[in-house]
Ligand binder design. Structure first.
Ligand code: NAP
Length: 293
């Protein structure tokens, strides 16, 4: 399998690159602004950029598109930039998938829902609340109407190993390990289903290998709000100078409205892959602790 991972310098893409390689796929991972030793430059905003690595030579069977503007509050005030980086980049990825006859894999989010229900399944009605959410949904719809082989995988609260260690759990555990005093104000009313990026890569691998297509929700067994998630990290790496304060989303006054009761149900995926085991936050923190101590 020849797999191009657009955005392999990031959390999900980096895990896809390393896992697919481990499984024997021939992979080409790309970066945009953050060069790594494993990636080549590719700008999904301009597929005629002459600095782009030549994908034709690689002839991909599958393209995993990970690029988006994911800073949800920033998106509220920068709608055009959000559209370009999330929707237009996806339209360009569709063009590439058509050109090479490749399957397109797109990573989407539980933010396409309004957060009134939680444990969302693929058949639940969407109702995005903010600019980022609307653009992620628009990108999904571009793919669905493009008449190409595709997978849309909705995920939320992704954590795991990544070069820049910028995800919530990685950042928090690293800061706690430094032993510095910290006070965190976190919303106790924002619930989601955290998922390890490694499992996202494993699930995509299964779907592609088994020639599946369409919409899939990914989730493990955890259903946690932000305070609970931070407390979980604290139980492994915390010290007495870490103060976690529980606040409401209303108190935080974030620019973008959040789907409060979010999170996915992976019941469809689990039924099709009964032997697949999702790891959970405790598995990751245990492993991280073993590696760092
Ligand atoms: N993380 C989550 O909790 C979460 C939740 C739901 C959905 N998702 C979705 O999952 C996808 C991946 O998220 P992530 O957390 O892995 O994001 P990430 O760590 O920020 O990675 C994004 C990747 O996209 C690349 N990229 C950005 N702009 C690009 C451009 N113009 N051309 C080419 N590549 C570009 C980045 O490259 P450089 O860094 O080199 O610029 C980076 O490798 C996104 O679509 C996001 O919406 C993530």
């Amino acid at each position: 399998m020849n797999a191009v991972i657009l955005g392999a310098s990031g959390l999900v893409g980096g895990n896809c690159l390393s896992f697919f390689k481990k499984m024997g796929w021939n992979c080409l991972g790309t970066h945009f602004s953050f060069e790594t030793s494993e990636t080549q430059y590719y700008n999904t905003l301009d597929i005629s950029d002459d600095r782009n690595i030549d994908l034709a030579e690689f002839n991909p069977d599958v393209i995993v598109h990970c690029g988006a503007l994911t800073w949800v509050d920033y998106c509220e005030e920068h709608e055009e930039e959000s559209r370009t980086k999330t929707v237009e980049s996806t339209v360009n990825a569709i063009t590439l998938a058509k050109k090479f006859g490749a399957k397109l894999v797109y990573l989407s989010t539980d933010y396409v829902f309004d957060g009134k229900k939680g444990f969302y399944t693929e058949s639940d009605s969407v109702n995005p609340l903010g600019v980022y959410a609307r653009h992620k949904l628009e990108a999904e719809q571009e793919i669905e109407k493009a008449n190409i082989e595709h997978l849309i995988c909705r995920i939320t609260n992704v954590y795991g190993d990544e070069i820049r260690g910028k995800n919530f759990i990685a950042r928090l555990s690293e800061n706690m390990q430094k032993g510095e005093a910290m006070e965190l104000n976190l919303p106790a009313d924002q619930y989601a289903t955290p998922v390890n990026a490694r499992d996202v890569a494993r699930a995509i691998y299964e779907l592609v290998s088994n020639e599946k297509s369409g919409l899939y929700h990914f989730a493990s067994t955890d259903y946690l709000n932000r305070v609970q998630l931070a407390e979980r990290v604290q139980s492994y790496f915390g010290h007495e100078q870490v103060l976690i304060k529980s606040v409401t989303t209303e108190q935080l006054n974030q620019l973008a409205e959040r789907p409060l009761i979010g999170g996915m149900s992976a019941v469809k995926f689990n039924a099709e892959f009964p032997d697949f085991r999702w790891t959970n936050v405790d598995d990751y923190l245990t492993d991280l602790k073993n590696r760092t101590h």
